[in-house]
Ligand binder design. Structure first.
Ligand SMILES: [Zn+2]
Length: 259
């Protein structure tokens, strides 16, 4: 009986949270991210990821938020995910996933560099990463970068290296001081797998007075996360299907402004 009550309560909370997420985009609380003194200008945003499928597993709330408002989204994927020898397949899957997220393949670049190969224990050179990101900034007049934080959501070393490539190298070693940079906040395991229920905590943390600017972006089209991830057919196994349903990153992204 107690177990039934717990499951029923969780189900009820899940539904209430989904309703909250559905209604939130109509609330005018996302002012920092799009306004920031530049209300009338469309932003050229570069999303920097490590592997094909990072965009669908972790960043769909952000991508949907930006494309729905007409911002120009470029995606730079710093490897083709060749850990299992499927690099070419995964590259095509990334293009299809991005198309389902309203980012055409012309706006997606996949890097295949011998020193930036997918895998645990493969250390990526931060200077090389910064150089490649810098090239994208110049060719697309980028004025905002979004990437992983220093834990990289899953703790994958490639995600973390991408963060350090942007934050330790690009921002400190170059003249790129005019660019706004945001990082995706990594949640603890309970929050990570609480699906839409995490909306209450995410909103609470972003509303607390702080010297750091935080922004909670809710996914206006949560179903697109599932559709996008399903394009990664080589990765679409049962535990990733479960991940997309249970992950709070399907329903919202908390971004922290680091510059
Ligand atoms: Zn990844």
């Amino acid at each position: 009986m107690a177990l039934f009550l717990i499951i029923a309560s969780l189900f009820f909370l899940w539904i209430i949270s989904l309703c909250k997420i559905f209604l939130l985009p109509r609330a005018p609380f996302t002012k920092h991210f799009t306004l920031n003194g530049r209300a009338l200008r469309k932003r050229n945003v570069l999303l920097v990821i490590a592997h094909p499928d990072d965009e669908s597993m972790f960043f769909t709330p952000t991508i949907n938020f930006l494309t729905a408002r007409g911002h120009n989204v470029q995606i730079l994927c710093l490897s083709n995910g060749d850990a299992d020898g499927k690099g070419n397949v995964r590259k095509q899957e990334l293009f299809q996933a991005c198309a389902s997220l309203k980012v055409p393949m012309q706006q997606v670049k996949v890097v295949n560099h011998p020193d930036l190969q997918d895998g645990f224990g493969k250390v990526w050179n931060h200077s090389l990463l910064a150089k490649m990101i810098e090239e994208e900034i110049i060719s697309h007049c980028i004025d905002m970068i979004i990437t992983f934080d220093n834990y990289g959501v899953s703790g994958h070393c490639n995600h973390r290296d991408v963060h350090y490539g942007v934050c330790s190298k690009l921002l400190h070693d170059t003249s790129r001081r005019d660019i706004e940079v945001w990082e995706l906040v990594s949640n603890n395991i309970l929050r990570k797998y609480s699906g839409p229920i995490d909306i209450w905590l995410s909103m609470f943390w972003t509303m607390l007075p702080s010297s750091v600017t935080m922004q909670c972006l809710v996914n206006e089209h949560s179903r697109r996360s599932l559709i996008a991830m399903a394009q990664h057919k080589s990765q679409w196994v049962w535990f990733r299907k479960l991940f997309v349903i249970l992950s709070s990153y399907t329903y919202m992204n908390t971004l922290r402004k680091i510059k």
